[in-house]
Design a protein around this ligand. Structure first.
Ligand code: MN
Ligand code: MN
Length: 296
């Protein structure tokens, strides 16, 4: 084998290892999503267990409920507990920056159709994934599956490519019917993530954010701000949670860093009609004849 082939094989093994850890953590975390349990405990469990098993959290454990589609994560000292919610757990694990990304919906709200629609759409998409197929065809399969339930896909959220230390790389994988798109090739790594809702199928940014990432390093003068920048550099551009940082001027420092274009914030994403949202997500690698699901 050439070095190039060896290297590809090594990278694939890292994706697989990340996926293996994610599965264990995800399945254990699902058991903790029960009415009355603490959200913060689940998030901390996910992140600590990931590390314990030899991975790194690729982003904070997202716990989004009901009309929250994504990007919700507990605050430090959060006292929120689960009610009869539609709960999305979205987990990321990386090995040397190679990321496995997967989400499940735990339905405590008794709206199992929405959950089934998202899961079925994911299966339909995965069944199509092979070299030569376009992301447009995958989007159409997702669209059709969800609409067959009389529900809507969330059209302004997409799946995405994954690459080293890049949780949201090109190309995007639409959750709706589009013309054309990108042709999949052997070796591509993707997260496919349909969202189904009984709302309009559109999300907008909420007014709060608990997740940030470093987008551009620039010198900063104020010691408190510099201290936070030093802490966030550790994550190498991967998203992190506010609650992972320590500072008595945290809020102030984050605002300064975002203003300076150094940090990006990820506001919680809300369905515009307040519809219930379910999500299903796996990370796949395109193989010669189909794909390998590394998070299953
Ligand atoms: Mn995800
Ligand atoms: Mn994703």
């Amino acid at each position: 084998m050439t070095d190039n082939v060896n290297n590809k094989q090594e990278i694939l093994e890292k994706y697989r290892e990340a996926g293996k850890i994610l599965k264990v953590v995800r399945d254990e975390a699902v058991e903790m999503v029960r009415v009355g349990n603490s959200l913060l405990k689940v998030a901390e469990f996910v992140e600590n267990r990931t590390t314990e098993l030899g991975g790194g959290p690729a982003f904070p454990c997202n716990i989004s409920r009901n009309e929250e589609a994504a990007h919700a994560t507990p605050t430090a000292g959060d006292t929120d507990i689960f009610g009869k919610d539609m709960v999305k757990l979205d987990l990321g694990v990386h090995i040397d920056g190679y990321i496995a990304d997967s989400a499940v919906t735990v339905d405590l709200s008794r709206n199992s159709d929405i959950l089934k629609a998202a899961e079925e759409a994911l299966s339909a998409a995965i069944n199509l994934a092979r070299p030569g197929i376009t992301t447009g065809k995958i989007g159409a399969a997702i669209d059709d599956s969800i609409r067959s339930y009389g529900l809507s896909p969330i059209i302004n959220l997409t799946g995405h490519g994954l690459s080293q230390y890049e949780a949201h790389d090109e190309p995007s994988v639409p959750n709706k019917r589009v013309d054309g798109g990108v042709i999949l090739r052997e070796g591509d790594v993707f997260a496919i993530e349909p969202f189904a809702t009984d709302g309009a199928g559109v999300i907008h940014d909420g007014s709060w954010a608990e997740i940030y990432s470093l987008i551009r390093k620039k010198p900063v003068r104020m010691p408190a701000v510099r201290n936070i920048l030093k802490q966030v550099e550790e994550y190498r551009g991967l998203p992190f949670a506010k609650r992972w940082l320590e500072s008595d001027k945290l809020e102030f420092s984050l605002i300064q860093l975002a203003k300076a274009g150094i940090l990006q914030s990820y506001p919680v994403l809300l369905e515009i009609e307040g519809g219930l949202v379910a999500q299903a997500e796996h990370t796949i690698v395109i193989t010669q004849n189909g794909c390998e699901i590394i998070t299953k």
